[in-house]
Structures are given as C-alpha cells and as structure tokens.
Design a protein around this ligand. Structure first.
Ligand code: ARG
Length: 295
C-alpha cells in the first residue's frame, strides 16, 4: 500500500477503512496506533456505554462480605453475585453500604441490587423483591467460653447484643420484648461481638455462618456457640427494587445456571469447605461447631 493510500485510510476513519478493506477482500495489519486524532476518535466513539449494576452490601459480615487489606469487597456473596452476573451478562460494581438504611437505597435507585446475607422474610417481601434463595442459615448464640447459657431461653434476663434491624434483632426482640433495655443494638455484627469480648453484653445473636467464622478467627476471645432449635430456618436472597422483574428474572436465571453447572458448589466449597449438595449443610455445620465448642 502506498503512503498516500495509508494516510487516506487513517483520516477517513477506521470504520470506512474497514468497509474499504473488506470490499477489497484483503487482510490488512492492525490499525496504526499513531493514527491521527480524527481516526482514533472515530475508533472509540461507536461503543454504547454498558449499564453497570450497582450492588449494595454491608461489607462487615465475613465470610459473606467483608473488606480485605486492599479495601476490596470480598466474600461468598460477592463471588455468588459475580458468577450470576457473568451468566446473565450483567456488569456489576460492589459498593459498601451500611446495613442501616440499606433497603432504602433500592427505593432511591442508588443501588440496583443488594447482596448482604439478607434473609428473605414476609415483611421484607412487602417492600422489595427477592431472588430464589441461595443460602440456608439460622441464628446462633455466641457467648464466652465459661457462660452457663445453654439455650435461647436462658438469655431472657441477660444483656444481649444484636445488629440493629437484623433477624437476630427480631428474634431477641421477641424473647426479651422490643423495648427491653437489655437488648444492645449495634450498627454492625463485629461491633456486637467486640462488646461481648469486652464484657458489655452476655451474648450475641447473629447468623450462624458469621458467628462460626468469628469464633474460628478470633480464638483469643474464647467464645463458644450455642445452637437452639427454636430459631426459625432462614434463607438468603438477592434483593431488587419491588417490581424490577426484568433484573429479577436475569438474576434468577443466572442463579439457576450456576447451581446447575457446579459453579455455585465451587464457590460454596471455597468458603465453607464442603459441597452445598446436602440440604441445610450450613445449619448442620453450625450445630457441629456449636457442640464442639461447648465441650
Ligand atoms: N441475615 C440477617 C438478616 O437478614 C443478617 C444480615 C446482616 N448482613 C450484613 N451484611 N450485615 O437480617
């Protein structure tokens, strides 16, 4: 190709260049990176901006969501949503969002979806939509190793820490009475567990996965876990704004896909060490952990 032809193609823009070249039926080398401004503008202009779905998560809930040393949001929920988004062809971005007010961010349109170990409850279903469940959970009691607490009922006269507005808060509110000043409400579950260590509360009630993870990673705290059959079985779902069926369907399809092709099991095994195959594996693990800890 002569120098003048080349110049012509560069200034005419790559789109036209492509048409000309394909019309000639010739394979040409990759576009010159020193192309004129006009040519590079033409090359980068056409791609329409892809929607990035903003995912809200309260990243203080390991192993489901937390921030690593590099302040990246990581965890089981994150990997699940990434895999689901991958299948659904959605681009996602995770934004750390305080639990308090997290549901309002859907209403306001600040977040498109929420993944935050959120238990699907009838009450929450009134104001948002949930995907199919992706994880089984149950409340678990954390106490100091020398505590006499053996069952949920034993907490009646004690100071109990919970994360405000969680299903743990609900369960304890039912047992002690919502306005009982013995209920100490914290903005995060780790803060409640720190208070248990400091002796400010006698017990903390939270999701089994988080309690077990905390016990395993904070052995100096010398906590033990106490399970109780009276806690209702819970299931986590991904939440979207009420009525956003388009997104909900995509997420449900992605979720079904990762369950069917083994991706979900791989993610599960990465965080919980065993395949999710057996129903209620997490609950079983919680109970095993609880009895082992109390021996
Ligand atoms: N599963 C409980 C609930 O839905 C607690 C979830 C708290 N999640 C979090 N990332 N802080 O109420």
């Amino acid at each position: 190709m002569t120098l003048t032809t080349r110049r012509f193609l560069q200034t005419a823009g790559l789109l036209i260049a492509g048409l000309v070249l394909s019309a000639c039926g010739k394979k040409e080398p990759a576009p010159d990176t020193t192309a004129s401004p006009a040519a590079s503008a033409a090359a980068s202009a056409p791609a329409p901006a892809k929607k990035v779905y903003v995912v809200g998560t309260d990243a203080a809930y390991a192993p489901f969501e937390s921030q690593n040393e590099k302040a990246e949001i990581v965890g089981f929920d994150i990997d699940v949503v990434k895999a689901v988004a991958d299948k659904a062809g959605l681009e996602v971005k995770f934004v750390n969002t305080p639990w308090e007010g997290i549901f309002n961010t859907l209403q306001q349109g600040d977040r498109d979806l929420l993944v935050s170990a959120i238990t699907i409850t009838d009450e929450r279903k009134q104001s948002m939509d949930f995907t199919a469940p992706y994880f089984d959970a149950q409340q678990l009691i954390a106490v100091k190793g020398n505590s006499k607490v053996a069952k949920f009922d034993d907490l009646k006269k004690l100071k109990v820490g919970v994360q405000t507005g969680t299903t743990g808060d609900e369960a304890v509110s039912k047992l002690l009475g919502k306005t009982n000043t013995n209920i100490k409400r914290f903005e995060s579950t780790p803060l409640a567990l720190k208070e248990l260590e400091a002796g400010g509360v006698d017990a903390v009630v939270a999701d089994n996965g988080v309690v077990i993870n905390y016990l395993a990673n904070n052995t100096t705290a010398k906590f033990k876990a106490v399970a109780d059959k009276s806690f209702q079985p819970e299931q986590y779902g991904i939440a979207v704004k009420k009525g956003n069926t388009e997104l909900l369907e995509k997420l449900n399809k992605g979720l079904a896909d990762i369950k069917a092709d083994g991706t979900y099991d791989k993610v599960y095994a990465k965080y919980f060490g065993a395949p999710a195959a057996a129903a209620g594996a997490a609950v079983a693990a919680a109970k095993a952990g609880a009895s082992a800890a109390s021996k």
